[in-house]
Design a protein around this ligand. Structure first.
Ligand code: UD1
Length: 361
């Protein structure tokens, strides 16, 4: 039986591995390696439980560090695991440091690499994720893209068409499967919001690491909260920076702990507007038809702007406020869900892997 080893490490990886792992359940031997990039219960364990993922077989426990230290530690600790496990193929997900570190180790050991969520480009090399995407795609043997722009980007970088497969969006597979399990009334009570609210997430270094930028964003959110109740589940990086600033939120701006997958999905589904700098949330709001305002100048997910509900405002806070008004007035309407964001991307990936099994074994 083909042995497929999945490497995950950070919060946005888990909802991507889950549908692939499920689809391969009867067709392959599978091993999950968690790098330990994210280690808090609320950043990791809760997602494994809610997504019905088995516990990782191996945890490399690398923890936090600079980019070089974190990536290097993952490489050092993963190499002996791969030598011992001898997988036929390694699957890596998205664009986090764990993704590129695993791809680099596999490429030197001549282990075939499948990259799930390949081909996305923001063309902003100041984002660490963009470096991770370009390097991972250059090394991957199989590139599974979520949308046609991914195929175009890879072709422009000279990556052979034969390696690239447009499969759709695995993150939306998880959303479609678990949306019926969410409990929006309970979650709204839990975080203390009523029927109409805005939902905020921010964690990009470019938004939260510079005190002046973060202060401007927080002051804008405090102002917006007078217009609409706002809930802001905070990433640990953001919580630390907000604490350093000594910011005290007004009562209608609720700063809460990171939420589980089901809880966050429940809030996204109910929110009047979502303000974010996350990549995955741009996609989820597009699928749900909820207006999304992205506090970034670029996106690696352009279909969320051209087809979906997303608008980029950078750190222009006047624009952010006017976009919130448009959304609350119902003037930002849902257009369409991108092709193949249909709940079957994981099965397509599994089908392609199993069809190639004879090449590897
Ligand atoms: C990482 C990804 C980013 C992704 C994000 C999702 C990279 C380069 N960045 O950013 O693309 O959008 O995850 O969350 O891989 N921390 C904790 N507990 C944890 C994990 C982190 O407290 O479980 C704190 C630590 O102080 C750490 C900081 O958060 O230094 C940043 O963590 P790190 O994994 O370096 O990057 P993220 O900002 O989470």
């Amino acid at each position: 039986m083909t042995h497929i080893l999945h490497v995950v490490g950070a919060r946005p990886n888990y909802m991507k591995v889950a549908p692939v792992h499920r689809a391969l359940a009867n067709g392959a031997r599978q091993t999950i390696v968690h790098t330990g990039q994210h280690y808090d219960v609320l950043m990791s364990d809760i997602f494994f439980r809610q997504l019905d993922l088995p516990d990782p077989d191996i945890n490399l426990e690398v923890g936090s560090g600079t980019h070089a230290a974190q990536t290097g530690q993952i490489m050092i600790r993963l190499e002996p695991v791969l030598l011992a496990q001898q997988p036929d193929v390694v699957l890596v997900y998205g664009d986090v440091n764990s993704t590129v570190a695993a791809a680099r180790v596999c490429s030197k050991l001549l282990v075939p690499i499948g990259h799930v969520e390949a081909g996305l480009r923001s063309r902003d090399r100041s984002m660490p994720e963009e470096i991770n995407r370009v390097v991972t795609d250059a090394l991957a043997d199989l590139l599974f893209t979520p949308s046609a722009d991914g195929n175009e980007n890879l072709a422009a970088e000279g990556i052979a068409d034969s390696k690239v497969h447009l499969v759709g969006n695995v993150m939306i597979d998880s959303l479609i499967r678990l949306l019926p399990m969410t409990e929006p009334d309970r979650v709204c009570r839990q975080v203390g919001v009523g029927a109409a609210f805005a939902l905020v997430t921010l964690h990009r270094p470019s938004n939260v690491d510079d005190p002046a930028t973060l202060r401007t964003i927080l002051d804008t959110l405090a102002h917006l909260a007078e217009r609409i109740e706002t809930v802001f589940p905070m990433h640990p990086r953001t919580r630390a920076r907000v604490a350093e600033l000594g910011f005290t939120p007004p009562a209608r701006l609720k700063l809460v702990e990171p939420l589980g997958y089901l809880e966050f999905l429940a809030l996204q589904q109910r929110a009047c507007v979502v303000i974010t700098d996350s990549g995955g949330i741009q996609e989820e709001t597009t699928f749900l038809g909820v207006p999304c305002i992205t506090v970034r100048n670029t996106t690696e997910r352009p279909v969320t702007v051209t087809l979906g509900t997303n608008v980029l405002v950078g750190t222009d806070m006047a624009r952010l406020r006017s976009e919130v008004e448009l959304a609350l007035d119902g003037r930002r309407t849902h257009r369409s869900v991108p092709p193949l964001w249909d709940g079957h991307a994981g099965s397509r990936i599994a089908g392609l892997l199993i069809a190639r099994a004879t090449v590897w074994t």
